[in-house]
Design a protein around this ligand. Structure first.
Ligand code: ADP
Ligand code: ASP
Ligand code: MG
Length: 416
């Protein structure tokens, strides 16, 4: 069996969905499990719904309307007959969502988030499955929540591999086309959980692992894994072949083309991962497999924008001792700061972090009781794998460099 994953960009409108159909015609669809994400930017739009719901904003109705309108337009563009049952099916999903909003009593934000945000994937797979059937491409719609079991860490759920393995082995029908949702799972009470933003690549890997799949292909709007994100770097080049290890490193440092959790399950069973273009599906793209790096390595560039560089020094010139560092990390963890770089010296300690949840001011007040706190906001963190002089100079050019850190294969530069 092969596992394919199509992300939001590939199904962002009716033409995108028609293109997915064409891709399957070209590359084959027998014995395939298709993992599909929410359409376009639906997850972001549902996050607005959640925000409006939780803050009891008067905008709530219009934010729900926006999500409905977007999907309705796609339905109109895909199906000639407005009596087609897909219209009722999609309506039903949105009615369920609205009943949830009306009846929910849980104050648990993360729980509420998952029950709402998950509807993006439910709607998108419903539409795609109906559309394929409409075009004569018979398929089976699977509710992923009956297969991927997790704990109840809503928004960042941890997979229960034993249960998941059993359910997938027993219930996924081989030799046919199966369509299911990325990013979702369910807990022991069958409430919906999610695996973390951008988690659909990981879903594909979970199925591949449990099915002992022949391969996983993630279909993207780029030709494959490039040596840099083409949105931020000119002249990015395709990496034809990379090892699991190289792919894990790139994903870890922030190359968003592959979700970092995707690689470990695949590497364990040596299942190859292909990253290919949904625009040119017959091109080879990038193949990720065991020990497959081409030497010498081309420098690879990764950028994380809008980071925060925090520097702490002791108030009395005393050394930053281990206990201080552990206390600092406990606070960073508590305030949900994702640490991307650490630099330590005799009397100061700097971290480059992502303050996704906007907690820095609160954290700063606490840190200031014990340390002198200075910071730069809105900095960029560049990582260059397999750096050389030229690549480092190119990144630093015309920028103020605040931190530079070098290890054997990797250089990291924080710039203003
Ligand atoms: P989807 O969610 O549709 O599966 P993503 O948008 O998450 O796809 O991933 C594709 C995007 O990843 C590309 O459009 C590109 O901008 C970005 N990207 C970041 N780093 C790289 C890289 N090294 N190579 C290719 N694309 C990259
Ligand atoms: N729809 C989810 C998100 O946007 C999961 C995914 O696309 O991978 O985060
Ligand atoms: Mg994505």
């Amino acid at each position: 069996m092969k596992v394919f994953k199509f992300g939001g960009a590939s199904v962002k409108d009716a033409d995108g969905i028609k293109n997915v159909y064409e891709v399957l015609q070209q590359v084959g669809h027998e014995d395939v499990l298709l993992v599909i994400s929410a359409m376009g930017k639906t997850t972001n739009a549902l996050e607005v719904v959640i925000k409006d719901y939780v803050s009891k904003s008067p905008e709530l109705q219009s934010s729900i309307q926006e999500v409905k309108k977007y999907h309705n337009q796609i339905l109109i563009d895909l199906f000639d007959d407005d009596k087609h049952p897909v219209f009722a099916a999609v309506n039903h999903i949105f009615s369920d969502l609205e009943s949830f909003l009306k009846n929910n009593k849980s104050p648990n934000y993360n729980f509420v988030y998952d029950q709402i945000v998950s509807q993006g994937e439910i709607v998108s797979t419903t539409i795609v499955s109906h559309y394929f059937n409409y075009r004569g491409l018979k398929n089976q719609w699977l509710d992923v929540r009956e297969f991927i079991k997790t704990d109840n860490t809503y928004r960042d759920a941890i997979v229960d591999w034993d249960q998941t393995q059993k359910l997938i082995s027993k219930n996924v029908k081989k030799k046919s086309l199966n369509i299911t949702q990325g990013f979702l799972g369910s807990d022991e009470n069958n409430f919906t959980t999610t695996l973390g933003r951008e988690g659909s690549d990981y879903t594909a890997a979970i199925f591949a692992y449990c099915l002992n799949a022949e391969s996983v292909t993630i279909w993207k709007d780029v030709p494959g894994v490039l040596n840099a994100d083409p949105r931020y770097f000119e002249n990015a080049v395709l990496l034809n072949q990379i090892s699991y290890r190289e792919a894990i490193e790139l994903a870890f440092y922030g190359a968003t083309v592959i979700h970092p959790k995707t690689l470990q399950p695949l590497q364990k069973k040596e299942i190859p991962l292909y990253v290919k273009s949904f625009v040119n599906p017959l091109l080879p793209g990038t193949s990720v497999s065991k020990g497959a790096d081409l030497e010498p390595h081309a420098p690879c560039f990764i950028v994380k924008k809008d980071q925060l560089l925090i520097s702490l020094s002791s108030l009395d010139f005393s050394f930053i001792m281990e206990e201080n560092i552990s206390e600092i990390f406990a606070l960073l963890h508590k305030y949900k700061m994702k640490v991307h770089l650490i630099q330590n010296s005799a009397i100061s300690f700097s971290v480059c972090v992502d303050d996704k949840f906007g907690n820095f001011q609160e954290l700063k007040t606490i840190l200031s009781k014990k340390f002198k706190v200075t910071y730069n906001d809105n900095v960029s963190l560049y990582t260059i794998r397999h750096f050389n002089e030229r690549s480092a100079d190119a990144v630093a050019k015309n920028k103020e460099v605040l931190v530079r850190q070098v290890s054997r294969e990797t250089m990291q530069i924080v710039t203003k």
